[in-house]
Ligand binder design. Structure first.
Ligand SMILES: Cc1cc2nc3c(=O)[nH]c(=O)nc-3n(C[C@H](O)[C@H](O)[C@H](O)COP(=O)(O)OP(=O)(O)OC[C@H]3O[C@@H](n4cnc5c(N)ncnc54)[C@H](O)[C@@H]3O)c2cc1C
Length: 452
């Protein structure tokens, strides 16, 4: 055991490697319902070179490795299910380049969303990236490794669609680049080379992302949120269809919740509108509301309850208070927008069965080819009974997602298993072949996406 620690300490220095139980315990926990899982070692590399040495060593010794970004994914997928070395990526957080005119940035994968956002605000206020609603400690690498989505999901899709290039360390230790950076011509595009990017959606099971070229977008000077309400959940897809037709919103999400009680049974659509001037905002509002939503207001089925109010954006984490004790976990899914009402109704049933106030949200992706629909379940960390209820509700929701024809986003192990059970056999076989080829010793985040 000590030989592993010594090897890690030789690579990163004693301050950044540990086998001390008090530090391992800190790293064993997930914010969600998962039981703690102790790693045997924790290591915090400074750069790609140190990380590469760690991976080469782990592969030679066949010791599992698990990359950890901000640890905010909640589903237990950054926990060391088979022990081994937990690799904390947070020191690999350099913002290497911001190319203003080509609107992209190259960052190390451990860069936090908060750091990138603050850096752009200070040094490049006309630029922004698509920021997830996750706590700011969430990392760029961890987010794309699970196909995250941020506040530019409606105009631009998944965050993992916004990549111009990647650097990755394979489980056997080789460093590979993907995109124009692989032929030395800069980090400005992932296309048109043959697609070999087998890393997004794998949650670190095929390699560790070390550098990312992320697209940036114009950051408008003014950003405001409006709220549209309907009583009938069946209308949500129609309203979203109308809004996405004009394409004037920056972010669109529908949400419904049992709390506060006065607004339960109402369905809210948050509409973010941004512009460099009041005129631009006014123009966008006119297209959305006068041209598209007026009919709902006229026939009494919908209404604008607030424009440009200083209302807080609906936050999934708010539901953590519902049971006191600060616990919540959600099942995210990628669903057709047309499924909103059914997702909502079935979510209410599951929540009521487990005595948890329901909280559901669906964020539009692209021109509404899909939405990320999430069912959030609160629990009290100090009350095992509420934890049990939340766990059961999460499993039932995983089953529901597949039953409704969706796919589970960042699934926990149970969800991964039912997805693979249902997967077309040739596709599953291809996944197996890829995993075996890339990770012949099965060291990368074992227990997750275990196809081999
Ligand atoms: C309140 C709340 C709100 C949230 N809202 C959103 C949201 O709006 N949009 C969204 O997308 N997500 C959201 N999330 C989910 C999650 O927090 C984010 O997706 C987050 O960006 C994940 O990044 P992380 O660094 O915390 O990843 P981790 O949890 O550390 O890791 C996620 C997975 O990726 C792997 N991994 C980590 N780093 C790397 C790497 N460099 N290379 C390869 N694999 C790696 C891990 O092993 C793990 O399997 C939310 C979470 C919370 C708690």
């Amino acid at each position: 055991m000590n030989s592993v620690y010594n090897a890690l300490a030789d690579i990163v220095g004693e301050d950044y490697a540990s086998a001390q139980i008090e530090e391992l315990v800190t790293y064993s926990k997930d914010l969600g319902t998962s039981e703690p899982r102790l790693p045997d070692y924790v290591v915090v590399p400074r750069n790609t070179e140190e990380l590469q040495q760690i991976i080469i060593f782990a592969n030679k010794e066949k010791v599992p490795v698990v990359p950890l970004g901000g640890g905010m994914s909640l589903a237990g997928i950054a926990q060391p299910l088979r022990g081994g070395i937990l690799i904390d990526m947070k020191r690999m957080d350099q913002i290497i380049e911001v190319n203003e005119k080509s609107r992209y940035t190259v960052v190390e994968a451990g860069t936090s969303q908060g750091k990138l956002s603050a850096y752009l605000k200070k040094h490049h206020p006309d630029l922004m990236h698509s920021m997830p609603d996750a706590p700011p400690a969430a990392t760029v690498g961890g987010n794309i490794a699970i196909h995250g989505q941020g506040d530019l999901a409606h105009p631009h899709g998944f965050n993992s669609d916004m990549i111009n290039g990647l650097e990755v360390i394979l489980p056997t230790g080789e460093i590979c680049k993907f995109g124009s950076c692989s032929v030395g011509s800069g980090w400005f595009t992932q296309h048109p080379l043959p697609d070999m990017s087998f890393f997004m959606g794998w949650g670190g099971a095929t390699g560790i992302i070390t550098k990312v070229s992320l697209r940036l977008f114009p950051c408008k000077k003014i950003r405001e949120m409006d709220l549209f309400l309907v009583e009938d959940a069946e209308l949500i897809p129609d309203v979203l269809y109308d809004l996405t037709h004009v394409g004037m919103a920056e972010d669109l999400a529908a949400f419904s919740g049992a709390i506060p009680p006065f607004s339960n049974k109402l369905h809210h659509i948050s509409i973010f509108v941004s512009g460099d001037s009041e005129d631009e905002i006014e123009f966008k509002r006119r297209l959305m509301y006068d041209e598209k939503l007026a009919k709902y207001i006229e026939n009494g089925t919908g209404g604008i309850v607030a424009t440009a109010q200083d209302i807080e954006r609906p936050k999934t984490s708010k539901s953590a208070d519902w049971k006191k004790g600060g616990g919540f976990e959600y099942v995210g899914s990628i669903m057709p927008v047309t499924a909103y009402a059914e997702c909502y109704r079935r979510g209410v049933e599951i929540s009521e069965r487990h005595d948890i106030p329901y909280t559901v949200v669906g964020r539009v992706i692209g021109s509404s080819h899909a939405m990320m629909f999430a069912w959030s379940y609160a629990f009290n960390r100090a009350d095992p009974e509420t934890v049990r209820h939340a766990k059961e509700a999460l499993h039932e929701t995983d089953d529901l997602v597949l039953g409704l024809g969706g796919t589970i986003w960042k699934p926990a192990v149970y969800g991964q298993q039912i997805v693979m059970d249902q997967m077309e056999p040739n596709t599953l076989q291809l996944m197996k072949n890829l995993k075996n080829m890339l990770d012949p010793n099965g060291i990368m985040n074992p227990g997750n996406w275990e196809v081999a």
